[in-house]
Unconditional design. Structure first.
Ligand code: SF4
Ligand code: SF4
Length: 348
């Protein structure tokens, strides 16, 4: 069952719109790359025109507004209202919790489907080591304020070797805060994570053994508390079909410099398949990401093979030890009450 605010299925239609790239934090894993994505804040008028183009192209898509920190954009409420008028199925604001420009007061709960808060540790010291001093307390305060004002809150948690040990503590914390959904993410080696010495952020990625041992069981335990958990599988089981959302889904990742990608993994490179020139959305000629989606390789995700080869391992015979699944196709564990008789915890 797709999530009500963003759909990570093979047939999804989502618009991930980066309204700016500026941020007040400097998180260790940040995937924003101003050299590739621009440094500008898009004017509200331009955002609205681009949203209109995308709404016509993908009617009824979910919209996720992000940055940088999107609440640094003073016209975000206007953008939300424009998206509503344009018929987006849902509108979510991804935030680090600092909630600038009194955004919770400037919007009504009926106008936003959810605020999605990023936190990378159940303990303050873990989160603050990764995201900056004081960011844990501020994020939790932001969640409390959003809930008190009647907004739905979800949480994005990027799983790494630095915080995987805290997944068990996350469930009780989210329950206490009234967070309805948890999005687990695998650490992407992009932006700052890719640049970090000595081997990029590869050392922070969980191995297949670590992921399988920690994440599914922890996710199921969190879901048992009544929280909807959405998580990528990352490592495909033997014989499991591989699906590339770039071929089947309708996702757009829009950056302020006009680049539009169908897959976020290549966003450090100028391989976007679409571009906004002024207010026209144009297809770019080959070669671009679209040509890569069509490739069949034994490692599974071709973009992963190209941009983060450190995540792969090979047998002595030279065949991949495992296949990497699509990071845009996630599994959802609904709360037990919604699973029904005989329902399995993991469902596509
Ligand atoms: S990860 Fe998000 S909150 Fe952190 S620096 Fe990047 S844009 Fe800002
Ligand atoms: S993450 Fe890999 S599998 Fe998914 S859309 Fe991108 S290239 Fe395709």
């Amino acid at each position: 069952m797709p999530d009500a605010t963003v759909d990570f299925s093979a047939r999804a239609a989502n618009v991930f719109f980066h309204v700016l790239t500026r941020c007040n934090l400097r998180c260790r894993y940040c995937y924003i790359n101003p050299a590739a994505h621009g440094r500008r804040r898009l004017p509200a008028e331009r955002i609205e025109r681009w949203l209109a183009v995308l709404a016509e192209r993908s009617p009824g898509a979910n919209l996720v507004l992000l940055g940088g920190e999107p609440t640094l954009h003073p016209d975000l409420p206007r953008v939300v209202r424009a998206a509503r008028r344009l018929g987006y199925a849902s509108v979510t604001i991804d935030t680090n919790g600092y909630l600038f420009h009194d955004i919770l007061e400037a919007l009504e709960p009926g106008e936003v489907d959810a605020f999605s808060f990023s936190l990378d540790g159940a303990a303050p010291e873990t989160n603050d080591r990764l995201r900056g001093k004081g960011s844990w307390a501020t994020c939790l305060e932001g969640i409390r304020k959003a809930r008190a004002r009647g907004f739905a809150a979800s949480l994005i948690f990027t799983v790494s070797t630095a915080n995987a040990g805290e997944l068990d503590a996350l469930g009780p914390l989210l329950e206490k805060l009234g967070v309805a959904r948890l999005f687990l993410q695998v650490l992407g080696l992009r932006g700052r994570a890719a640049a970090a010495a000595p081997r990029g952020g590869a050392g922070l990625r969980l191995s297949p053994e670590q992921w399988r041992a920690r994440v599914p069981a922890a996710a199921a335990a969190i879901a048992a508390r009544g929280i909807r958990v959405v998580a990528p599988q990352v490592f495909l089981d033997p014989g499991e079909p591989f699906v590339c959302a770039g071929r089947t889904a309708d996702n757009h990742f829009v950056f302020p410099n006009g680049r539009v990608y169908r897959c976020p993994l290549g966003a450090d490179y100028p391989i976007h398949s679409l571009v906004f020139r002024q207010d026209r959305l144009e297809e770019r000629p080959s070669l671009n990401e679209r040509d890569l989606f069509a490739l069949e390789i034994p490692e599974g995700c071709v973009m992963n093979r190209l941009v983060q080869p450190d995540t792969l391992r090979y047998t002595p015979e030279g065949t991949p030890a495992y296949r990497i699944g699509c990071c845009l196709i996630k599994k959802e564990i609904p709360p037990p009450a919604e699973r029904g008789e005989g329902g399995t915890p993991w469902s596509r």
